[in-house]
Structure formats: structure tokens, C-alpha cells
Design a protein around this ligand. Structure first.
Ligand code: ATP
Length: 429
């Protein structure tokens, strides 16, 4: 994938991602997911939850409120320190992030004249909301990270479950940041979704570093297991001056996007920063020992992952564009076609096959145009298999199954179709 515009165009054309509020000219930093996009995102979230929650005995999940008491954000340091450095071009008054050298250079080149910048000032990224019926309304914030909802429920989770340190709390949900320069399609949005694990360990530096390393590898491996090309992935350690206010150390997982190596998940050692700020402690139920645990966090973006899975899967061949998405992520698993739309017997039989398949696999029906166009269309949507009902089906009850990646076709008996597809798609689709 060389060109971001190709993915933007495909995403819109096929219903993965549309510009937000498009009929009113769009709204910077906001995007809508279409029929294929919502499936892709749901598949990513489901796979994440399976790996990070269901496959482990030491992790439980939560789903906390987007709006919390402003006291949460004061205690967590966000009202003070959740900032990016902002500079303004004195020529055109556009504002930029001072720490994004590429954007600064690009703007200087665009102007073609000497740009004079204001001194960097701290710009807070929290999005304010006003609540209540009496004036002045109460000011609160849309959460800038989903993390704090986990910390404020730390004691609740311990009391209502039997988790013991070491353990983790997982969450997936929306976060909002008043980004200075939203851009690169969905990469930097003002509304986005995060998938996070907060893992609590004893205050033992060695143990926390071991956990950090293990989670780092687990998270990278997760992307690889879902088909992301290893040579497009790398870790990058944060330098001291770029770490978030809560982080002792941090490493990003980056993808080589058309706009350069870009973070889409962070592994953060948050130390005891958050629990201490919220005055929360852990009491060992066996020894009664009381202490503040250390927290290792894995924080991934659903939108950035979806974008990079799309880019990674995008492949242009001589006569077609194929999204070679992993079957677990593919929005639609199988497309069913009657060879000819005007032959009632074929349509009736194809309907029977489709009605059965759609109960167990995300399936779609297409009878438009010729078979070549239908294949082309499904390749672009990333559908792993196309099933065609033809005249032979009426004779011997077998169908053609065509593989997206190889375009190879095999005949499979209708009675065995579900089993065959299930096997080829992997058990947990
Ligand atoms: P950046 O340096 O790109 O602003 P960050 O380091 O501030 O990102 P974190 O606070 O570590 O990001 O957030 C964890 C994850 O949440 C990121 O890796 C990313 O996937 C996602 N995320 C953060 N900000 C955005 C955004 N504006 N749009 C989309 N996803 C985002």
C-alpha cells in the first residue's frame, strides 16, 4: 500500500468508512463506519476480547461511563498535563503540533515564504461537555482515555469478583481528544475507540518489567496472528521527553503506513501513578498486607488497527484489487450467487443454500451482473469465499466454491458445504 488515497476511496466506495457528517460538508476529525466497516471493527474487538479476556483466567472485563466526575480527571493529572505543544503560524493563523516536525516542515514548504511561529504553548486535549439544567451548567469531560474508568472501579472489581494480584481489567470503548491536527484519514481522529488492558502486579520492579515484556510480545503476536505482515511492524521506545505524564517507560507498536512508521498501540508502565492519585490500595486477602500495585497497560486503537489491517490486506493484482483480510477479520465470510439471475430454478436453489449458510456464517447474496463482476466486487470487500449455484448443482447437488486469494475453484456437495467452509475459515469465525 503506497497511497493513502486508494484506501480512502475504497473505504468509501465499499462502505467501510465514510467522512463524518458528509452531507453537511464533513466535520474534521470524525468518521462513520459503514456496513462493512462495522463488521471489521466488531471482528477486531471480538478477537481482542477473546485473546485478552476469555483465554485468560487472570483478566476480567468492564464497560465504564464515557462521562465521569471532573474530579477523576483532576486526580489523574489530565486537566493539568494531558497536553500537546501547540504553535500558530503567524502568517495564516493555522495551528499545529510543535512536536510533529513533518507537519511543520510541510506547512513551511506550502507557504513558500518564511513562516514565523508563535512560541509553543500547552494545549489541553480533553473535550469539555456542559451538563444539567441550571446555569451555569456543570462542566465535565468526555473521557480522553478509557483507562480511568478502570482505575475508579478498581475496588469494585476486587470486591465483586475474586481476582487476586496479579490480575488485569480489560475494556473497549470510545475516547475523545480535541486533537490539534486531526488527519491521515482515521489515524488521528477526535473520536476513536480504544482497547485496553490494565494489568496490576506487586510493587516489584523486576516482576513489572517481566510483565511489560510479556505483554509487549503478546500484543505484537496478536497482530501477526491476524495476518499483519511482520516486516511492517516494529517496536519503538519512547524517549523521556515524549512519554505521557503517567508513564515510567513506554514502547509503541508501529506500522509502516504510507505516511511513515506510525504508532497504533502503546505498552505503558504506569507505575503506581494512577492508583496513588486516586488513593486506592490493594489488600492481600491471604496476608492482609496492604500496598499500591504497579500497572502495566496495553492500549491499542480500534480505528488505527482497522486502518492498518485494511492497508496491510490491500493488494493490487493485474485485473483486480483484493483485500486479503484474515478470515477472522473479513466483514463477510461467504457470498452466494445463482449463476444466472433469470433462471428460477437456480435462484430458488441458491436461496436455499444462502438461507442455511447465513445462520452460521456472515453471508451475503449477489445476483447482479455477471459472475466475473461479482467476484471482483467480493475480492474488493475481502470476502474469503464465493459459492456459485449453477446447472450442475441441479443435477448433483454440488456447488462451486471459489477461493479469494488463489481464485482456485472446487466443487463441494451442498450437504458438506458448511463443514467445508467452517474448516477453511478456521473454527472460531
Ligand atoms: P499520538 O502520539 O499518535 O497522539 P498517543 O501516544 O497519545 O498517540 P495513547 O495515549 O498511547 O496515544 O493512546 C493509545 C492508543 O489510542 C494509540 O496507540 C492509538 O491507537 C489510539 N489513539 C490515540 N489517539 C488517537 C486519535 N486521535 N485517533 C485515533 N486513535 C487514537
Amino acid at each position: 500500500m503506497e497511497n493513502l488515497q486508494e484506501i480512502v476511496a475504497l473505504a468509501k466506495r465499499r462502505g467501510f468508512i465514510y467522512p463524518g457528517s458528509e452531507i453537511y460538508g464533513g466535520f474534521r476529525g470524525f468518521w462513520d463506519y459503514g456496513p462493512l466497516g462495522v463488521e471489521l471493527k466488531n471482528n477486531i474487538k471480538r478477537e481482542w476480547w477473546k485473546t485478552m479476556v476469555y483465554s485468560r483466567e487472570d483478566v476480567v472485563g468492564v464497560d465504564t461511563a464515557i462521562v465521569m466526575s471532573p474530579k477523576v480527571w483532576e486526580a489523574s493529572g489530565h486537566t493539568e498535563a494531558f497536553t500537546d505543544p501547540l504553535v500558530e503560524c503567524k502568517v495564516c493563523h493555522k495551528r499545529f503540533r510543535a512536536d510533529k516536525q513533518e507537519e511543520i516542515t510541510l506547512h513551511e514548504k506550502e507557504h513558500g515564504e518564511k513562516v514565523i511561529w508563535t512560541k509553543p504553548k500547552k494545549f489541553n486535549l480533553l473535550t469539555e461537555v456542559l451538563l444539567g439544567t441550571t446555569e451555569p451548567k456543570q462542566k465535565a469531560y468526555l473521557r480522553g482515555e478509557i483507562t480511568q474508568g478502570v482505575f475508579v472501579n478498581f475496588a469494585n472489581v476486587i470486591q465483586s469478583t475474586r481476582v487476586k494480584i496479579p490480575f488485569g481489567i480489560a475494556q473497549i470503548g470510545k475516547a475523545f481528544r480535541n486533537e490539534i491536527t486531526p488527519g491521515n484519514f482515521t489515524y488521528r481522529s477526535r473520536e476513536f475507540e480504544q482497547m485496553e488492558l490494565e494489568y496490576f502486579v506487586r510493587p516489584d520492579e523486576k516482576e513489572s518489567k517481566k510483565t511489560f515484556e510479556a505483554l509487549k510480545q503478546l500484543r505484537r503476536q496478536w497482530y501477526v496472528s491476524l495476518g499483519m505482515k511482520e516486516n511492517k511492524l516494529r517496536f519503538r521506545e519512547h524517549k523521556a521527553d515524549e512519554r505521557a505524564h503517567y508513564a515510567r517507560f513506554a514502547e509503541d507498536i508501529e506500522y509502516e503506513a504510507p505516511f511513515g512508521w506510525s504508532e497504533f498501540e502503546g505498552i505503558h508502565h504506569r507505575g503506581d501513578y494512577d492508583l496513588k492519585n486516586h488513593r486506592l490500595k490493594y489488600k492481600d486477602p491471604d496476608t492482609n498486607e496492604e500496598y499500591t500495585p504497579l500497572v502495566i497497560e496495553t492500549s491499542g486503537g480500534v480505528d488505527r488497527s482497522a486502518l492498518f489491517f485494511l492497508m496491510d490486506a490491500y493488494s493490487k493484482e493485474e485485473k483486480r484489487v483484493v483485500l486479503k483480510l484474515h478470515p477472522k477479520l473479513a466483514p463477510v465470510k461467504v457470498a452466494v450467487f445463482p449463476l444466472l439471475a433469470n433462471k428460477d430454478k437456480l435462484v430458488k436453489k441458491a436461496r436455499q443454500v444462502f438461507d442455511k449458510l447465513k445462520l452460521s456464517l456472515r453471508s451475503t447474496w449477489d445476483e447482479r451482473g455477471n459472475i466475473g463482476k461479482r467476484y471482483f466486487s467480493q475480492d474488493e470487500a475481502g470476502t474469503p469465499f464465493c459459492v456459485t449455484i449453477d446447472f450442475e448443482t441441479l443435477d448433483n447437488d454440488s456447488v462451486t466454491v471459489r477461493d479469494r486469494d488463489t481464485t482456485a475453484q472446487v466443487r463441494v456437495g451442498v450437504a458438506k458445504l458448511e463443514e467445508y467452509l467452517g474448516k477453511r475459515l478456521g473454527s472460531s469465525v
